[in-house]
Ligand binder design. Sequence first.
Ligand SMILES: O=C(O)[C@H]1O[C@H](OP(=O)(O)OP(=O)(O)OC[C@H]2O[C@@H](n3ccc(=O)[nH]c3=O)[C@H](O)[C@@H]2O)[C@H](O)[C@@H](O)[C@@H]1O
Length: 413
Amino acid sequence: MDKSMSNRFRYHFSATKLVFWTCIFLGLVFLFFLHTPQHHSDPVPRRRILRSPDWESRVAKSSQPRSRAGGMRVLVTGAAGFVGTHVSAALRRRGDGVVGLDNFNSYYDPSLKQARRAVLERAEVFVVEGDVNDAGLLRKLFELGKFTHVMHLAAQAGVRYAMKNPASYVHSNIAGLVALFEACKSADPQPAIVWASSSSVYGLNTKVPFSEKDRTDQPSSLYAATKKAGEEIAHTYNHIYGLSITGLRFFTVYGPWGRPDMAYFFFTKDMLKGKPIHVFEGPNHFTVARDFTYIDDIVKGCLGALDTVEKSTGSGGVKKGKAQLRVYNLGNTSPVPVGKLVNILEKLLKVKAKKVVMPMPANGDVLFTHANISQAQRDFGYRPTTDLQSGLKKFVKWYLDYYHSDGALKSSL
Ligand SMILES: O=C(O)[C@H]1O[C@H](OP(=O)(O)OP(=O)(O)OC[C@H]2O[C@@H](n3ccc(=O)[nH]c3=O)[C@H](O)[C@@H]2O)[C@H](O)[C@@H](O)[C@@H]1O
């Protein structure tokens, strides 16, 4: 073989080799993507989140306590949610530093969440768009905000929706909670955490009123099970890492800027449209009732819990001593039948409801709830003061203003 032929042969051989290995490489890349789970059921759309170039300085500014000497620096997750908005605004009003985090998912109308965010902007609370499962973002937020406290309200709420989209409950209420605790345990300083559990953890418990000492091992919905799991996960992080953690079991919270997936909210909407509403009843016409709790009372409970937390004891991810672990009922102590809720709405809205009374479907709902609040009363003076009639009056006023006029309530809490 002459020299030029041998060169041509060598060139041809290495080109074939190159094509061969490129094909192998591309094939592997293809296989990798083929086997990567697609998370079709993720409630958080994988959309690109654009943050304004100054978001880091806005976090730093918003986390700064204002007037109150020794004010807290609080990260509020789920800040564009119903309870999150009210709690964030209340903290800011009294001078604490507050940064919000919310993924603005579409479980219910995201425009309502954006409107709440606008209210918070005016109250000088900056809300970052992002998911609690984003470990990198949480790390960055803790670096920038140096949070002393976390109010963790981000969750997949709703009892009945858990049958439609179970994965969203695991994503937010389990994975999200663990991601948050992981970030908190590694943060320096380790913040104290107050988070939203739920009255639904009492499940099939029949002893009333529900006390924190009662059994909570019979959840009747996946939602309840994920909140109960959260309470156990809280125990673990408290035990291993010295995180100070307080769980609050909310009892059917309602009020202005509420959640459209809740009965009082969509009953109002449907009654105004002249549409029928379904009122559930238990076996043998058992009256279904809820310990409906007004948002302002819940906010006082949340602030009371934050104000009485002890510091976390760990640092650098290592426990340095025993830390506080608490759980409290935040209810109204006065259950009201759902039928009575409808009667009150009829009077306030001045319309007759097209009521369809039907047996409660097997949808995870429980027959009744009733809170014993003596522990919250003892430890931080929690004392609800709003009955359902007065609270619904405020809700209806807000609802009509928000959806049926361009009034001032659209922009205030
Ligand atoms: O306290 C709690 O732990 C829970 O309170 C509410 O759950 P729920 O009490 O079921 O509130 P709604 O969904 O507003 O239902 C209120 C009542 O109306 C009844 N209902 C609901 C829907 C319907 O079409 N008809 C009807 O009679 C339900 O059975 C229930 O008794 C929230 O949706 C949960 O996120 C929260 O954790």
